[in-house]
Design a protein around this ligand. Structure first.
Ligand SMILES: Cc1cc2nc3c(=O)[nH]c(=O)nc-3n(C[C@H](O)[C@H](O)[C@H](O)COP(=O)(O)OP(=O)(O)OC[C@H]3O[C@@H](n4cnc5c(N)ncnc54)[C@H](O)[C@@H]3O)c2cc1C
Length: 308
């Protein structure tokens, strides 16, 4: 039986596994690849490489620590985590199972896609899924945000402080008519296209046009960049029913990255505490690994209040 299994090879999982190696834990690392979402980088004609590689560079250090540790790595998807005596059994896609005392789930989340023509070809070429990350690159640009819920409103709020003009394309009312929504959408450089949906994304080298359908009529809208901010979907199926999830499916964790089940910890974008940034994921992974280590050492994980 292993002491720890880390599931997921993004920043959170890499940091957790690197910590476990340093502590000489008997750990296994299950992930189809290394780097997670940091492997993708937005390309735009006016953006130089150095402006967008912070996440990737940081992660490279952790990757190189783990790359050579083949014996502790399983290159596959985990499909199930189930309780056994004194720990957990993790099943991977080919049916193999591995037993462990503790588990760190660091499987990340994915953005809901548009599923329209042009999306696959132009993804990360002007069409992207993270205003939180790439908003700062949009100084004085015209941008389109797609979505109607808090995620989209957040993107509009951020981009309207930086970009020249922001168009929000909202298929339904979502959170638009809330107090925050009304305030954010009242900015002078924000325009809302209600009841419109994106039916195609176009561009020769970079996405520079969205085709909208509004009241059955199609129209082309030119733009410098498109941010799809519909919904984040956490990759948490493998622990659904085992640990407590929030209504959107994110794993609930406390300040020590414990889930509702002793011995299972979670880190990064799959948790309800994530800030969806590389550095946060790294810190989270390290914290979860420290908690798993303390658990294996038999130390109490409660935060003891200081005496007066
Ligand atoms: C397009 C884009 C660009 C971004 N750029 C930046 C940036 O420049 N700077 C920044 O700070 N943040 C950036 N972010 C945000 C940042 O990438 C994420 O916050 C961060 O990667 C989250 O780390 P994570 O380890 O929690 O999850 P992820 O990076 O999503 O990694 C999850 C890992 O788990 C694996 N996995 C999933 N399911 C399973 C399973 N069942 N079994 C085994 N493995 C599994 C995946 O293969 C992946 O390796 C960007 C996000 C996006 C979408």
């Amino acid at each position: 039986m292993h002491e720890l299994i880390v599931i997921g090879g993004g920043p959170a999982g890499l940091a957790a596994a690197a910590f476990a190696v340093r502590k000489r834990m008997d750990a296994l690392f299950i992930s189809p690849g290394l780097g997670g979402r940091t492997r993708r980088k937005l390309l735009l004609p006016w953006v130089d490489d150095y402006q967008v590689i912070i996440g990737e560079e940081t992660i490279q250090r952790f990757r190189s620590q783990l790359d050579y540790l083949e014996f502790m790595r399983v290159r596959n998807h985990a499909t199930k985590v189930q309780p056994i005596d004194d720990g957990y059994r993790v099943t991977i896609a080919d049916g193999h199972t591995y037993d462990t005392r503790t588990v760190i789930v660091a499987t990340g989340s994915r953005g809901e896609r548009l599923n329209v023509p042009g999306e696959d070809e132009l993804e990360m070429r002007g069409l992207c899924y993270s205003a939180m990350t790439y908003g700062p690159l949009m100084v004085d640009r015209r941008v389109v945000v797609v979505g109607s819920e808090l995620l989209a409103l957040r993107a509009v709020a951020e981009l309207s402080r930086i970009a020249r003009h922001v168009t929000l394309v909202a298929e339904d009312e979502g959170d638009l008519d809330t107090e925050a929504g009304r305030r954010i959408l009242s900015a002078p450089n924000v325009e809302v296209r209600r009841g419109c949906r994106v039916v195609a994304v176009k561009g020769r080298s970079y996405a520079d046009t969205v085709v909208l359908e509004c009241d059955g009529q199609q129209e082309a809208l030119s733009t410098d960049s498109i941010f799809v901010e519909k919904q984040l979907i956490p990759n948490t199926d493998l622990v659904a029913g085992l640990v407590e999830l929030d209504p959107c499916g994110f794993i609930k964790v406390d300040s020590r990255n414990r889930t509702s089940r002793p011995g299972i910890f979670a880190a990064g974008d799959c948790t309800d505490a994530s800030a969806f940034q590389v550095l946060m994921g790294l810190g989270d992974g390290e914290k979860a690994a420290l908690s798993a280590y303390d658990y294996v050492l038999g130390l109490p994980l409660e935060v003891k209040p200081c005496e007066e």
